[in-house]
Write a protein that binds this ligand. Structure first.
Ligand code: FAD
Length: 167
């Protein structure tokens, strides 16, 4: 089990929820079951050894809003639960070839009503500290493209500040 991105701060305005990601890999030669749904199949890339061509990777998310209690389970119980759900939803009963559990504690911000107004208030309060700039998933978008866009805007603001522009 790996715990990733644990945050020990306690921000009452933006709640960060937790989930776990299980990477469950099957050996397609030992299982005739066809995995359906939105799971991804692992494909051999140019630099990946051909011996992995028979592997099928299924990414399974557990937890999230209203379901965080499941993360109290230990890895063994969590894997058992996911395997039971894969069996009932997709008919996959084969033993996985490899399983990895990563827990992402308080990693996903959940914006609540009034988020934009709160951001405006924070920006107004920060305006007297020109070099202090906020960016990241907790503010203007959770997805990676949002974070990249906001990070680039933040970097430009930092550069302007460092070059003496104060507006
Ligand atoms: C399991 C999971 C799957 C996801 N899948 C997707 C997806 O498929 N598509 C998508 O668009 N989004 C996805 N997201 C959401 C997206 O990945 C995150 O919202 C985004 O990466 C957050 O970016 P960030 O820059 O705010 O934070 P992070 O990416 O967490 O970056 C913060 C950085 O700050 C560093 N740091 C922390 N504390 C300090 C410190 N004190 N000093 C110095 N450095 C520090 C950390 O090491 C880290 O590198 C997923 C999120 C999770 C948790």
């Amino acid at each position: 089990m790996r715990e990733c991105n644990s945050r020990d701060d306690d921000d009452p305005e933006v709640r960060f929820i937790s989930h776990a990601l299980q990477s469950v890999t099957y050996d397609a030669r030992q299982s005739q079951e066809r995995v359906v749904g939105s799971g991804r199949r692992s494909r051999p890339s140019i630099d990946r050894p051909r011996r992995h061509v028979h592997r099928r990777l299924v990414l399974c998310y557990v937890g999230g809003v209203g379901r965080e209690a499941i993360l109290q389970l230990d890895d063994q119980a969590l894997v058992a639960r996911v395997r039971a759900e894969l069996a009932s939803m997709c008919g996959v009963t084969a033993a996985p070839w490899f399983v990895e559990v990563n827990r992402w504690m308080r990693a996903m911000p959940q914006y609540t009503l009034g988020h934009l107004e709160r951001l405006n208030q924070i920006e107004a309060a920060l305006s007297r500290y020109g070099g202090l700039i906020l960016t990241g998933a907790g503010y203007r978008g959770v997805g990676i493209p949002d974070c990249i866009r906001d990070g680039a805007v933040a970097a430009e603001r930092v550069m302007r500040y460092l070059s003496g522009e104060r507006s």
